[in-house]
Design a protein around this ligand. Structure first.
Ligand code: NAD
Length: 496
């Protein structure tokens, strides 16, 4: 059986823990490997490697750091198909989607290649007579990244390019469901010339996470996952004195106003609802049909969703399996619950005939109409190919529904009315807003992050927020020429 180990100090590391977990190809149901589950001692070995590598990496010139980043960017771009294949084999998303995820991660690497500009500080000459002040941004030290199963390449890349470019060292703990992508990335960094110990990988579960949260050498934690774990990571990490950004779950609404282009809206709802089998934190899970559009919109969405080919992601299908059998069954149970609670099942993915092995974790596109806010299919993050339609009378009701929702990751409005769109982006309490764009994932030079229960902490991922998260500011006040020998003065320093 293929063993998926840790990566510490520039090489594979087996660790001392006996524990491991199976890794499965979701399209076949076949166990393809056993991933090591680190104990606390294994994590400490990785953290010590990151701590040992920090002083030299911190002092490596920006020119040299950027050369390594450029080389990493080139290698990743040349070999992205390899990484996409690894993602499809462990996550299940179709190859084209896996490649899209790598490309979005690559954008952050490219953004980080501009780190010399992003790290520039300020300088004020003669703030007081012959006294200058300047500010610099310095790295924090070893930082931890803890990532979810649904974007095994892109989500870690929201963080590590900027962390490393800024002079930090990294210990990353991937999801135990699809751990191989991060190991592949570790080898690529080594090939790009990154010094040993700057990028370390520990495989594991809660045991590994808890050690990273408590270990005093770890100075900051970037977490992405479900809301209960994000809240826990934020509380425990900050209690240990660390800087923490913890991105959580989502329930994303797409509002369709009566004047919208219904074909555009239907395409968008299907793409954003069923892409990656709905296992995206920016997936649309609720379509809010306003006024008289509902019947025509649901008809158009159902017609399109009915043409989606579900199957093995290596066979040119549109939508792959869910990540595990348990998750597939959990998502299917929400469809049953919605039906029992009074929603109308317009399209039922439970009887899908997938183009793949019978043991794959299949669930086809599912549409539930007449969903009401008290139903579990609305209140819970389902994280599967289930699109709920809520019918409301007007814009104000739609806005109130979204703003009352505990999550605030992404949202979208479809309309041809610029005034309504402007009101929406101004009034909605959500971190990322699309206007006639269903999955408004910002480019790397803007920041990614939700509001409310979708993010704990003050910093969003990448963009300028990312640079600030991985550095701290130092302000230096300096006097060189003609120091005034004014004698003793115990008063608070004042400027003149
Ligand atoms: P998860 O919360 O189960 O796991 C995330 C990470 O936390 C994994 O590395 C896992 O090993 C670890 N973990 C799990 N249980 C833990 C525990 N009890 N204590 C400590 N660590 C623990 O999430 P997932 O199922 O891997 O990913 C899907 C979730 O991630 C969804 O809720 C989705 O919305 C969210 N997500 C959010 C964003 C965002 O940007 N907000 C992006 C991607 C995914």
């Amino acid at each position: 059986m293929h063993t998926i180990a840790h990566w510490v100090d520039g090489k594979s590391f087996g660790g001392t823990s006996e524990a491991s977990a199976p890794v499965t190809n979701p399209a076949t149901g076949v166990v393809t490997g056993q991933v090591a589950l680190a104990n606390a001692a294994d994590v400490r070995v990785a953290v010590e490697a990151a701590a040992a590598a920090f002083p030299a990496w911190r002092d490596t010139s920006l020119t040299r750091r950027v050369q390594v980043l450029f080389r990493f960017r080139e290698l990743l771009n040349e070999r992205k198909e390899e990484l996409a294949a690894i993602i499809t084999a462990e996550h299940g998303k179709v190859l084209s989607d896996a490649l899209g995820e790598v490309t979005r991660g690559l954008e952050v690497v490219e953004f980080a290649c501009g780190i010399p500009h992003l790290l520039k500080g300020g300088f004020t000459e003669n703030a007081s007579t012959k006294v200058d002040i300047f500010s610099i941004r310095q790295p924090l030290g070893p930082v931890a990244i803890i990532s979810p199963f649904n974007f095994p390449a892109m989500v870690p890349m929201w963080f590590f390019p900027l962390a490393i470019a800024s002079g930090n060292t990294v210990v990353i703990k991937p999801s135990e469901k699809d751990p191989s992508a991060t190991l592949w990335v570790a080898r690529l960094w080594a090939e790009a010339g990154l010094p040993a110990g700057v990028f370390n990988v520990v495989q594991g579960d809660k045991v590994a996470v808890d050690e990273l949260l408590d270990n005093p050498s770890i100075k900051a934690v970037s977490f992405v996952g479900s809301t209960p774990i994000a809240r826990y990571v934020y509380q425990r990490g900050t209690a240990a004195g660390k800087r923490v950004q913890a991105l959580g779950g989502a329930k994303n609404h797409m509002v369709v106003l009566p004047d919208a282009d219904l074909d555009l809206a239907a395409d968008a709802a299907v793409n954003a609802g069923f892409g990656s089998a709905g296992e995206r934190c920016m997936a649309v899970s609720v379509v809010v049909a306003v006024g008289e559009v509902a019947d025509a919109l649901v008809e158009r969405i159902a017609q399109r969703a009915g043409t989606i080919r579900t199957g093995d992601g290596t066979r040119g299908t549109d939508m792959g399996p869910l990540v595990t059998r348990e998750h597939r069954d959990r998502v299917a149970s929400y469809v049953a619950a919605g039906e029992t609670q009074g929603a109308r099942v317009v399209l039922d993915g439970r009887d899908v005939r997938a183009d793949g092995e019978s043991d794959g974790f299949w669930l086809g596109p599912t549409i539930l109409d007449h969903v009401r806010p008290e139903m579990s299919v609305y209140t819970d993050e389902i994280f599967g190919p289930v699109l709920s339609v809520v019918r409301l009378d007007g814009y104000d009701e739609a806005l109130a529904l979204i703003n009352a929702n505990p999550y605030g990751n992404g949202t979208a409005i479809f309309t041809n009315d610029g005034g309504a769109a402007r009101r929406f982006h101004n009034e909605v309490e959500v971190g990322m807003v699309g206007i006639n764009v269903p999955i408004p994932v910002p480019m790397a030079y803007y920041s990614f992050g939700g509001w409310k229960a979708s993010l704990f902490g003050d910093s969003h991922a990448h963009g300028v927020d990312g640079v600030q998260f991985f550095t701290r500011t130092k302000a230096v006040t300096s006097r060189w020429l003609d120091p005034s020998h004014g004698g003793l003065n115990l008063g608070f320093p004042q400027n003149n």
